[in-house]
Design a protein. Structure first.
Length: 116
Protein backbone atom coordinates (compact mmCIF):
# COMPACT_ATOMS: atom_id res chain seq x y z
CA UNK A 1 0.00 0.00 0.00
CA UNK A 2 1.39 3.34 -1.07
CA UNK A 3 1.60 5.96 1.63
CA UNK A 4 2.94 9.49 1.78
CA UNK A 5 2.69 10.95 5.25
CA UNK A 6 3.51 14.60 5.76
CA UNK A 7 4.45 16.08 9.10
CA UNK A 8 6.03 19.18 10.56
CA UNK A 9 3.35 21.72 9.82
CA UNK A 10 2.04 24.11 12.43
CA UNK A 11 1.78 27.70 13.53
CA UNK A 12 4.67 30.07 13.02
CA UNK A 13 5.14 33.81 13.09
CA UNK A 14 6.27 35.75 10.03
CA UNK A 15 9.98 35.33 9.54
CA UNK A 16 9.96 31.99 11.28
CA UNK A 17 10.97 28.57 10.05
CA UNK A 18 9.47 25.14 9.73
CA UNK A 19 10.78 21.86 8.43
CA UNK A 20 8.30 19.59 6.71
CA UNK A 21 8.87 15.88 6.27
CA UNK A 22 7.19 13.36 4.02
CA UNK A 23 7.68 9.70 4.80
CA UNK A 24 7.04 7.35 1.91
CA UNK A 25 6.26 3.66 1.79
CA UNK A 26 4.84 1.10 -0.59
CA UNK A 27 6.87 2.05 -3.65
CA UNK A 28 10.49 2.41 -4.71
CA UNK A 29 11.05 5.88 -3.32
CA UNK A 30 14.56 6.27 -4.70
CA UNK A 31 13.30 6.16 -8.30
CA UNK A 32 10.63 8.84 -7.99
CA UNK A 33 10.73 12.59 -8.43
CA UNK A 34 9.49 14.15 -5.22
CA UNK A 35 7.67 17.45 -5.14
CA UNK A 36 6.13 19.72 -2.54
CA UNK A 37 2.97 21.59 -3.50
CA UNK A 38 0.82 23.96 -1.50
CA UNK A 39 -2.74 25.13 -1.69
CA UNK A 40 -3.98 28.23 0.04
CA UNK A 41 -7.69 28.78 0.73
CA UNK A 42 -9.49 29.74 -2.44
CA UNK A 43 -6.43 29.26 -4.60
CA UNK A 44 -5.13 26.58 -6.93
CA UNK A 45 -2.51 24.12 -5.86
CA UNK A 46 0.95 25.34 -6.81
CA UNK A 47 4.36 23.74 -7.07
CA UNK A 48 6.76 24.81 -4.34
CA UNK A 49 9.86 22.68 -4.93
CA UNK A 50 10.90 19.43 -6.52
CA UNK A 51 13.93 17.15 -6.45
CA UNK A 52 14.91 14.39 -8.81
CA UNK A 53 15.51 10.80 -7.80
CA UNK A 54 19.31 11.07 -7.77
CA UNK A 55 19.29 14.32 -5.77
CA UNK A 56 21.23 16.02 -8.55
CA UNK A 57 18.58 18.53 -9.57
CA UNK A 58 16.14 20.75 -7.71
CA UNK A 59 13.53 23.21 -8.86
CA UNK A 60 11.82 25.99 -6.92
CA UNK A 61 8.97 28.38 -7.40
CA UNK A 62 10.35 31.88 -7.85
CA UNK A 63 8.55 33.03 -4.73
CA UNK A 64 10.49 30.66 -2.46
CA UNK A 65 13.95 30.71 -4.02
CA UNK A 66 16.61 31.48 -1.46
CA UNK A 67 14.29 30.74 1.47
CA UNK A 68 13.15 27.13 0.99
CA UNK A 69 15.31 24.06 0.53
CA UNK A 70 14.12 20.66 -0.62
CA UNK A 71 16.15 17.58 0.18
CA UNK A 72 15.68 13.83 0.32
CA UNK A 73 17.10 10.85 2.12
CA UNK A 74 16.65 7.80 -0.06
CA UNK A 75 17.83 5.51 2.73
CA UNK A 76 15.01 6.78 4.94
CA UNK A 77 12.43 7.13 2.14
CA UNK A 78 11.84 10.69 3.23
CA UNK A 79 11.74 14.07 1.54
CA UNK A 80 12.08 17.33 3.44
CA UNK A 81 11.22 20.97 2.92
CA UNK A 82 13.09 23.49 5.02
CA UNK A 83 11.16 26.74 5.01
CA UNK A 84 12.77 29.92 6.29
CA UNK A 85 11.58 33.52 6.46
CA UNK A 86 7.97 32.44 6.16
CA UNK A 87 5.34 34.97 5.10
CA UNK A 88 1.65 35.16 6.00
CA UNK A 89 0.68 34.60 2.37
CA UNK A 90 2.38 31.21 2.57
CA UNK A 91 -0.33 29.91 4.84
CA UNK A 92 -1.54 26.81 3.07
CA UNK A 93 -1.84 23.07 3.14
CA UNK A 94 1.45 21.62 1.96
CA UNK A 95 1.32 18.36 0.03
CA UNK A 96 3.93 15.81 -0.84
CA UNK A 97 3.86 14.29 -4.32
CA UNK A 98 5.72 11.34 -5.82
CA UNK A 99 5.93 10.89 -9.57
CA UNK A 100 7.46 8.41 -11.97
CA UNK A 101 5.95 8.45 -15.42
CA UNK A 102 2.24 7.71 -15.11
CA UNK A 103 2.58 6.74 -11.46
CA UNK A 104 1.62 9.67 -9.25
CA UNK A 105 0.95 9.61 -5.52
CA UNK A 106 -0.19 12.30 -3.10
CA UNK A 107 -0.08 12.70 0.62
CA UNK A 108 -2.92 14.07 2.72
CA UNK A 109 -1.17 17.35 3.41
CA UNK A 110 0.01 19.26 6.45
CA UNK A 111 -1.26 22.68 7.46
CA UNK A 112 1.17 25.56 7.71
CA UNK A 113 -0.17 28.76 9.22
CA UNK A 114 1.94 31.91 9.29
CA UNK A 115 0.31 34.47 11.58
CA UNK A 116 1.24 37.75 13.15
Amino acid sequence: QVQLVESGGGLVQPGGSLRLSCAASGFTFSTYVMTWYRQAPGKERELVASINAQRTSTNYADSVKGRFTISRDNARNTVYLQMNSLKPEETAVYYCNARQGDYVYWGQGTQVTVYS
